[in-house]
Design a protein around this ligand. Structure first.
Ligand code: UD1
Length: 416
């Protein structure tokens, strides 16, 4: 599994390029089943979750190659409708295959991905949306079997703008007779990327980025070539690292508007932030001040996935910063590690108060989840002395060789 060894306390300087978005490419990989054809996906990050999705595609019968950052999926022979439990457990997003397989094969048997490190994570919204479209779904313990002889488009109102439920509904709706409208849809950039992919394939989908998405189903779908958008959470992590460690960093290959909530916090705490067409410069020389309150919200609000790295930054801001985590109930597990590194953080329910300290000190910590693990890396880079970060398989789920990205900015970080 390996650990990351960090000798902290170095200022950062240089440029880092952001890889393709994990949360975009996963539903796009699921969508490749729809067309019985060739799908070429560029700017695909090399991540553990991507490998897990590719394994599922192969299990279904697709031929997949992955060279450099290009994945080619030939879904002509996708026939197997069963995804075994061990593949489902590899990552929660495997649930996204439900809508795509229903659309292509008319049936799917899989297992609930179960709870994960962020809390319970139910899939009730996915299930009820697919049922509304005409799927018969039986749940037996963790096993789920779905069948849909004939799916019809209709109006679906999500009680919460769930990213996964929006994506699953979009995928299933491509095979529905007539029009599906999704109200209170998630508005994340990754939903728009999925729409763009589906439209290139020949599907009739519009509205992504707003809260109403319209899909006219049963269009002829053909082969497609697509380039995945940059990973906005990865960009946010590099930006927080630059702000915490100090120095001058350019984060390249980004869509600035996707991370504008993070940019404005860094500006408010005292960084010099310059936004270019596809990059952002972060310059930090003096000490930073705290911020009043960050409340995580569905897009375009502050992303829950950027909360842990921003909390790492808050540990050394002068004064007290407050977080309110509204999306996931188990999203504070990195706080134990941050406190071991010397942070002063108190939590009560969904609220965390971060009292800024003048310094962090290196020690051994363990990643408990993907973004929490990245927050520990960022904090260790700013801590005095040596840190060892264990359980880094969590981090590898979403960052392509994080130690190389941070090293090219001047951090002393190695995998051992
Ligand atoms: C996606 C992202 C994840 C991000 C999250 C919120 C991917 C692969 N993952 O996860 O990185 O943190 O969006 O931006 O894209 N919920 C229900 N019932 C459901 C579905 C969701 O109660 O059927 C709840 C969840 O428990 C959670 C909230 O809704 O509290 C948000 O979940 P959702 O938007 O669905 O997140 P994911 O798609 O799982």
């Amino acid at each position: 599994m390996g650990t990351l060894i960090v000798n902290g306390g170095r200022m950062l300087d240089g440029k880092v390029s952001v890889h393709g978005s994990k949360n975009s490419v996963l539903p796009i990989l699921a969508a490749t089943i729809l067309n019985s054809g060739i799908n070429e996906i560029h700017n695909c990050p090399r991540l553990r979750d991507v490998d897990a999705a590719i394994e599922i595609l192969r299990c279904i019968g697709c031929k997949v190659t992955f060279e450099g950052n290009t994945v080619i999926v030939d879904s002509t022979d996708a026939k197997n409708y069963e995804i075994p439990d061990e593949l489902m457990r590899e990552m929660r997003s495997s649930v996204i295959f439900m809508g795509a397989m229903l659309a292509r094969l008319g049936r799917v048997s899989l297992f609930t991905p179960g709870g994960c490190e962020l809390g319970a994570r139910p899939i009730d919204l996915h299930i009820s949306a697919l049922k509304s479209l005409g799927a018969h779904i039986r749940e037996n313990g963790g096993a789920i079997s779905c069948e849909a002889r004939r799916m019809r488009g209709r109006d679906i109102v999500l009680s919460f703008p769930s990213v996964g439920a929006t994506e699953n509904t979009m995928l299933a709706a491509t095979a529905c007779e007539g029009r599906t409208r999704i109200f209170n849809a998630a508005r994340e950039p990754e939903i728009e990327d999925l729409q763009n992919f589906l439209v290139k394939m020949g599907a009739e989908v519009s509205g992504a980025g707003s809260s109403t998405i319209v899909i006219n189903g049963r269009k002829k779908l053909g082969s497609v070539s697509h380039c995945v958008i940059p990973d906005r959470i990865c960009a946010a992590t590099f930006m927080c690292a630059a702000a915490l460690c100090g120095g001058h960093v350019r984060v390249e290959n980004i869509v600035p508007e996707h991370i504008s909530t993070v940019t404005s916090v860094l500006d408010a705490v005292g960084c010099d932030v310059a936004v270019g067409r596809d990059f952002v410069d972060i310059i930090r020389t003096g000490r930073l001040s705290s911020f009043r309150c960050i409340r995580t919200m569905p897009y375009p609000g502050f992303p829950t996935d950027a909360q842990p790295p921003l909390m790492a930054l808050a540990t050394k801001c002068v004064g007290t910063s407050m977080f309110v985590e509204t999306i996931f109930d188990g999203r504070y597990r990195h706080i134990g590690g941050l406190c071991r590194l010397g942070a002063d953080i108190k939590t009560e329910g969904r609220v965390a108060l971060v009292y800024g300290v003048p310094k962090l000190c290196g020690c051994s910590v363990e990643a408990t989840d993907l973004r929490g693990g990245a927050a520990l890396v960022v904090a260790a880079m700013a801590a005095e002395g040596r840190s060892e970060i264990g359980e880094i398989h969590h981090i590898d789920r979403g960052y392509e060789r994080i130690e190389e990205s941070m090293s090219c900015l001047g951090a002393d970080i190695k995998r051992s």
